[in-house]
Write a protein that binds this ligand. Structure first.
Ligand code: RP5
Length: 169
């Protein structure tokens, strides 16, 4: 289930740039694997500030339950989104070229008390985990998603070998 064409989206994935999509696609793919309807948008805190205002201030009334926001560099998107919606916001620091995502991480994680952003790891792992956390929130009210999450974890466990093997250098 990939987008709003199938069901009303419960999770909104936003990102600051097209260049963030290779990272944020992992969040979308993970939500699809869990059967969580979601939407994906490019919303830049700096380049499209009015689009961000519109998106964040209408997110709850449009039926979204969680927002996942990915950005890199001076990554204000998750924090600004959190400032304008009461929904849980999970922030994904995208790996920047100059500083390898440390700038993104620190920009997202150091929110002032009172405006929370649940900050994940830099890059792909953070995008996947943001989607799993969003899935956990949706699972509180949707038994099918709870079952999908259990199955996802069981598959992950089953995929771990007992003994390591040599791999080509
Ligand atoms: C941020 O600036 C975006 O989230 C992106 O990670 C970074 C670079 O954007 P581009 O210059 O590649 O569009 O706003």
């Amino acid at each position: 289930m990939s987008d709003e064409s199938v069901a009303k989206p419960l999770v909104g994935i936003i990102m600051g740039s097209q260049s963030d999509w290779t990272t944020m696609k992992h969040a979308a793919d993970t939500l699809s694997a869990l059967g969580v309807p979601h939407e994906v948008r490019i919303v830049s805190a700096h380049r499209t500030p009015q689009r961000l205002v519109e998106y964040a201030t209408t997110a709850r009334e449009r039926g979204l339950k969680v927002v996942i926001a990915g950005a890199g560099g001076a990554a204000h998107l998750p924090g600004m989104a959190a400032a304008m919606t009461p929904l849980p916001v999970f922030g994904v620091p995208v790996e920047s070229h100059a500083l390898k995502g440390m700038d993104s991480l620190l920009s997202i994680v150091q929110m002032p008390g009172g405006v929370p952003v649940g900050t994940l790891a830099i890059g792909k792992a953070g995008a996947i985990n943001a989607a799993l956390l969003a899935g956990s929130v949706i699972a509180l009210m949707d038994p099918a998603v709870a079952e999908a999450l259990d199955a996802w974890r069981a598959r992950q466990t089953a995929a771990v070998a007992d003994i390591p093997v040599d791999t080509p250098a």
